[in-house]
Design a protein around this ligand. Structure first.
Ligand code: 8YV
Length: 328
């Protein structure tokens, strides 16, 4: 008798090509309506599945993992960030966790660059002015922003995405500075002409634009704390395409309102999908609904990675994108 296909529960709607392939390979339970699962539904999924495929919108904490059924051996996250999953609790229960690194690097870096351009150059404000019929002809002192060329960009987190941002930013004449747990390889530093700052405090105080590109972990929660945000120049801009939790959002909103920072470009928020009302009201911000990696190509590549991780796991191999708690 043919072996039973593994029961793979997918919490959200994925691209058609990905779902079709999943149905060929696995006993896949899909979410055609794309309605986010409630906590109870997630609990049921964990209790019955062999493999769970969650996304950033599913919070798989220690309490849920403790109630996982005996069949659950793999959580194959559709996404790179795994701050939605208690990886340590999963690993201790013998559940492997995988993610989808690499395939959304370029898309996220593009969106970061778009925000780095959009905020100092007042792109969205300009669109709104035109739509409001406020364009009465060119004027020498109207809609003036700030020049990018020659300014200092401070990248917080020089991993794949941070480096991809640096490459783009160099093309726009920005000087690259970065803070990371460790300096990157000298060859990369040379190629990017990047300056390493061991002290995040010192870097923040000297940058014109700060881009957050590190993962959200217990160590990076509110890394840009109220104290650190206050070290930044009032003329500086801040861009975040990583995770809202890395910045003290409340303080950031208050500082933007008070003119203690020049502006912010945010694709992510601390309590998604909620957005701080002060940010929504602020003029000097560009706010996006967590769409940094939202390309058709990227989503298909992410799905492909999830499939490869599941397939290699059930075939008895180490899945390529295992997340090891010690690495977080
Ligand atoms: C993903 C992301 O689309 O992969 C990540 O870490 O932030 C997003 O761009 C999302 O996580 C999907 O689960």
């Amino acid at each position: 008798m043919a072996a039973r296909k593994p029961l793979v529960i997918v919490t959200r709607k994925l691209p058609e090509a990905v779902e079709t392939r999943m149905c060929e390979l696995f006993d896949a339970r899909l979410n055609a309506e794309d309605k986010p699962m409630s906590r109870t539904e997630l609990g049921q999924a964990l209790a019955t599945a062999d493999v769970l495929v969650p996304t950033v919108t599913d919070r798989i904490d220690g309490e849920l993992i403790a109630k996982a059924g005996p069949n659950l051996k793999l959580i194959a996250n559709f996404g790179t960030g795994v701050d939605n999953i208690d990886v340590k609790a999963a690993t201790e229960k013998g559940i492997t966790v995988t993610n989808t690194p690499g395939v959304l690097t370029e898309d996220t870096a593009d969106m970061t660059m778009a925000l780095i351009l959009a905020v100092p150059r007042r792109l969205v404000e300009g669109v709104k002015e035109l739509e409001a019929d406020n364009f009465k002809g060119w004027a020498p002192s109207w809609m003036l922003g700030n020049r990018l060329h020659g300014k200092r960009l401070g990248i917080v987190g020089m991993g794949r995405i941070g480096q991809a941002v640096a490459k783009r930013a160099r093309g726009f004449g920005l000087q690259i500075h970065y803070h990371n747990r460790k300096p990157v390889a000298p060859a990369i530093e040379q190629e990017l002409e990047a300056t390493y700052w061991e002290s995040l405090d010192q870097m923040l105080a000297r940058m014109d634009i700060v881009s957050v590109n590190c993962p959200h972990t217990p160590a990076t929660f509110h890394l840009l704390s109220a104290r650190r945000l206050k070290l930044m120049k009032p003329t500086a801009y801040i861009v975040n395409t990583a995770r809202g939790e890395v910045i003290d959002e409340n303080t950031l909103a208050r500082m933007l309102e008070a003119g203690q920072l020049s502006g912010a470009g945010l694709d992510v928020f601390e309590n998604e999908p909620a957005v701080n009302p002060k940010l929504l009201k602020a003029k000097n911000v560009v706010l996006l609904p967590h769409m940094g990696s939202a390309t058709i190509e990227g989503r298909i590549d992410m799905g492909e990675k999830v499939i490869v991780n599941i397939k290699s796991f059930i075939d008895g191999h180490k899945p390529p994108d295992r997340v090891i708690p010690a690495m977080l």
